[in-house]
Design a binder for this molecule. Structure first.
Ligand SMILES: O=C1O[C@H](COP(=O)(O)O)[C@@H](O)[C@H](O)[C@H]1O
Length: 239
């Protein structure tokens, strides 16, 4: 039976440090049980803050980073190293400072990668990388957009119905227009899904989801646990 928990902390800085602490413990526990840990990263502003906070965390020294698999929930389909790529931001905030095993860093392809600007080919390549059955995801982190989107799954957009484990997204309402995303069924395969949001702009969609609205964020649930990790401003409209 899956549980949903809402955790509210005073502000965005405290949110980043508490999510970082939770993430470190989750990775340490997963490595104790399985030998490895598998984490799905998200993009966006709060994600960068969380990764920065992991860097500052003394407990991160207890993690064997060479046995952590990193995946991405979505990617802005831009050239490698573009500052708007979720991968670039994660590398700058944390990954470049860690002794990761490069073969365990599963970034989504860039638009100057092996498939060039063919986003469908890039999504197919990520489907291959994910494999079948899907990897075990110990924790899958997601930001929440002002419109209630998660990963690159936007309300009323065809990506929401996509089949397969990952999909290309075109004409995204948020720039850049072309993206690659995990599909809802892949997100729902994670042991724990963490929806992380800070700031007043997130209050409306989060309030709506908790009142029963059918926004993409409402469908982002974990097999064992769904955690909403919010600052007070983002939680303001939860009744
Ligand atoms: O474009 C994206 O936006 C969302 C939310 O970002 P935020 O800056 O409003 O927190 C993010 O979750 C997603 O990964 C990203 O591609």
């Amino acid at each position: 039976m899956s549980e949903t928990v809402v955790v509210v902390v005073p502000d965005a800085d405290i949110l980043a440090s508490t999510v970082a602490a939770r993430l470190a413990i989750k990775i340490i526990d997963a490595q104790a049980v399985h030998g490895t840990a598998s984490v799905v990263l998200t993009g966006g502003r709060v994600a960068a803050k969380v990764l920065h906070a992991v860097r500052e965390l003394p407990a991160s020294a207890a993690i064997d980073w060479s046995r952590v698999d990193l995946w991405w929930g979505d990617e802005r389909f831009l050239p490698s190293g573009d500052p708007d790529r979720n991968e670039t931001q994660a590398r700058e905030a944390l990954l470049d400072k860690l002794p990761l095993d490069p073969s365990r860093v599963h970034a989504m392809p860039a638009s100057d990668g092996p498939d060039g600007d063919d986003a469908i080919g890039a999504a197919a390549r990520y489907i291959d990388e994910l494999g079948s059955p899907l990897p075990r995801f110990d924790v899958l982190m997601l930001g929440v957009g002002e419109d209630g989107h998660v990963a690159s799954l936007f309300p009323g957009h065809p990506g929401l119905q996509a089949e397969g484990s990952a999909a290309a997204v075109f004409d995204s309402p948020k720039p850049p227009p072309t993206r690659v995303t995990l599909t809802l069924s892949t997100i729902q395969s994670a042991d724990e899904v963490w929806l992380i949001a800070a700031g007043p702009d997130k209050a409306k969609p989060i309030g709506a989801v908790h009142a029963g609205a059918h926004l993409p964020a409402a469908s982002a649930t974990g097999v064992r646990r769904t955690l909403w990790l919010l600052d007070r401003a983002a939680a303001a409209e939860i009744r």
